[in-house]
Design a protein around this ligand. Sequence first.
Ligand code: SF4
Length: 689
Amino acid sequence: MQFHHTACPHDCPSTCALEVERLDAHRIGRVRGARDNSYTAGVICSKVARYAERIHHPDRLTRPLRRTGAKGTGAFEPIGWDDALDVVAEAFLDAERRLGPETVWPYFYAGTMGLVMRDGINRLRHAKRYSGEHATICVTLAWNGYIAGTGRLSGVDPREMAKSDVVVIWGTNAAATQINVMTHALAARRDRGAKIVVVDTYRNATAKQADLFVCVKPGTDGALACAVMHVLFRDGLADRDYLERYTDCPRELEAHLATRTPAWASAICGASVETIEAFAHLVGRHPRTYFRLGYGFSRQRNGAVNMHAAASIPAVTGAWRHEGGGALHNNGAIYHWDRTLIDGLDVRDPTVRLLDQSRIGAVLTGEPFALAGGPPVTAMLIQNTNPMSVAPDQNRVRQGFARDDLFVCVHEQFMTETARVADILLPATMFLEHDDLYQSGGHQHIHLGPRIVEPPGECRSNHDVICALAKRVGAQHRGFGMTPRAIIDWTLRNSGWGGIEDLERNHWIDAQPAFDDAHFINGFAHADGRFRFAPDWPALRPAGFVDDGTTHAMPRLPDHWNVIENATAEMPFRLVTAPARNFLNSTFTETPTSQRRERRPTLLLHPADAARLAIADGDLVEVSNGRGRLTLHAEHFDGVQPGVVVAESIWPNAAYAGGAGINVLTGADPAAPVGGAAFHDNRVRVARA
Ligand code: SF4
C-alpha cells in the first residue's frame, strides 16, 4: 500500500499535514498525520483519521439533480451535466438582463480551505461584476481585534511553545478543534514544567487539561484582560522599558486601567478575584508566556475589542521580546500570495456592492440596508457552505430561500439543508479527488494537496464548475482556461515560493518568518512601529463596507464594551453555541461515528439553574428568544457559570424535534468594526418542554 502526502482541507487552523493510504484508483484506507512535519508531528483529530467513512459514504451526491417538487422537500430528478449548467447559466443571464449583474450573488465559505477550489468563485464574480461577498461569518471580529493592536495578522511560531514557561489558550477549545496546539503546549509542560492556562466560557476538553482554568461569561474577556493588566501595572510586573519603546500610549493605558480592578472585572466576567490575580501573576512573573488566541473572540458582539484587549497583555509584559513569548492568532499575512489568478483581481470592479454573508437572511428577505441600496438577489451559486444550517438568524434565512423568485444552484458533497432548497444541485469532489494548494492559519506551512483518487460517479470540482459556467455566461479571464495545477504553479512562482514541482517534491514549505519579524522586534506593523493600545478602528474597514455607525462608539482603549446581549429578567440565560468535537460546523454530521459520539443535541445547564427550573438531567427543554425557539435535551453540567448555557454544535436542523436548528437563536446584526456574527452572544429563556 502506498501513502500519499496531502493536507487537511477543513476549516481548522491546524491544516494538518496528512499521509493518505491509496488502496486503488478509487479508494483510500488509513489517514494519518505526517510525523516529519514539525507542526503536525504525526497527530491529527479522530474525525479526519477515519476519513474513509466520509469520502466513501453511501449518501454522497454523485449526479447532477434538478428540483421537481416544492423548495425544500427534497424532490429532485437526475439531469445531465450540460443541461444542468445550461439551466444555471440561463437563469444567471436572465436575472442579469432584468436587474443587472449585482442581482447574482455567488456565495461560499470554508467547506474546503484549498485556495483554488474555495476562492475560484471570486474570479467568476469579478469577471461578471456579480455582487461581492463580505466574508464575516467566522474570522472578522477576531482578525480585526488582533490587527488593531499589532498591525499585521501574524505572530510567534507555535513551535516556540516548547520554550514557553506559560501557555495561555484563550477562546479556543484546542483539544477538540485544533489538536496540535495541545501537542506543543503539553510538550512544554512535560519537558520544562510549563503551566497551561485556559480561558473559556465552559470547562471543555481543553480546560480539563489546564493548570489554571479561568471560566468567564461570554463576551467578558475584555474585562478580564483589563484586570490582568491592572495587576501587572499595580504590582510592578509591567515591562516599562518595552512599553516606552514599543507601544503607543502606555501611561494613558495605565491611568485608564486604575479603575479596572480584579473586583470590577470579577463582577462582569464571573471569575473570582483570586483567579484573576493568580492569572495576572503567572503571566507577569513569566515573560516567556505564549498567548494562543482563538476564534471564540469572533463570536461576541464586542469580540474585536476583547481580542485587542487580550492581545494587549503581552505588550504590557514585554513577552514579545522572548523566545516562547508573545502571541499568535492567525498567520494569514506571512504568505504574501499573489492572488490575481485565483481571485481574478485584475478584473475586479471595486464599485460593485459588497453583501455581508452573515446577513444572508436580511439580504434574501430584501432588507434595504443589507442590500446596500441595490437590487434584490435573485440568483445564487453556493459552494462550500451550508447557510440553511450554519448562518445566524436561521428563520430569516429559511424565509429568504423559500422565495419563488430566487434561483439557487448548490454545488455540494451531500444533501445538506441548503442542497435541499436548490433548483439545480451539482455533485462536488472532495479534497482527495482534485488538486489544490493550502496555507495554514494556526502555523506556518504551505501544502500541496494533489488528486489521489478518482471522484465517484459524476462529481466535478469547484474549478471545473466555475470554468464551465464562465464559458456559458460570457465571463472572460485567463484563469478559466487553466488547470488547477497551472494556477497553483503560477501562484507559487509569483508569490516567491518556487514552483509546483518543488512543492510536490518537498510536500510542504515552512514559511516561518525570521524571529525578529514574528516577534515584532523590528517594530509592529503600524507606520510608527508601535503596538496600539488606542486602535484606529475605522481604518480597518474594507472598501465597499457600509458602516452602520457603531464603529465610532468603540472604546478608545482596552475595556469591557458592553454591547453584548446581556441577560434580562425575561431571558435570564446567555447561550454559547460552541463547536462539537466530532463535527466541524455542519461537516462530518453525516458520518455515523460522529453522530454516535455526539449522541444528540444537548444543552449544558448548571445544576443550580436546573434545580431552580425543576429540569432533570435528560429532560427535553425549550430554548427561545425573540428570534426563534427549539427543543433539545438538558444535561446538568457544573463546568459553566450559573446563567450560562452551552449547546455544542452544529447538529443538522432535522436532529432537533421540530426541525429548527441552533441558529434560529443566534443573531445576524453586524458587529463592529466591520461585521461578524456573534454566535456565542445570545440571551435566551429556558424551560421544560
Ligand atoms: S485537527 Fe483540524 S486540520 Fe488536523 S486533521 Fe483534524 S480537522 Fe484537519
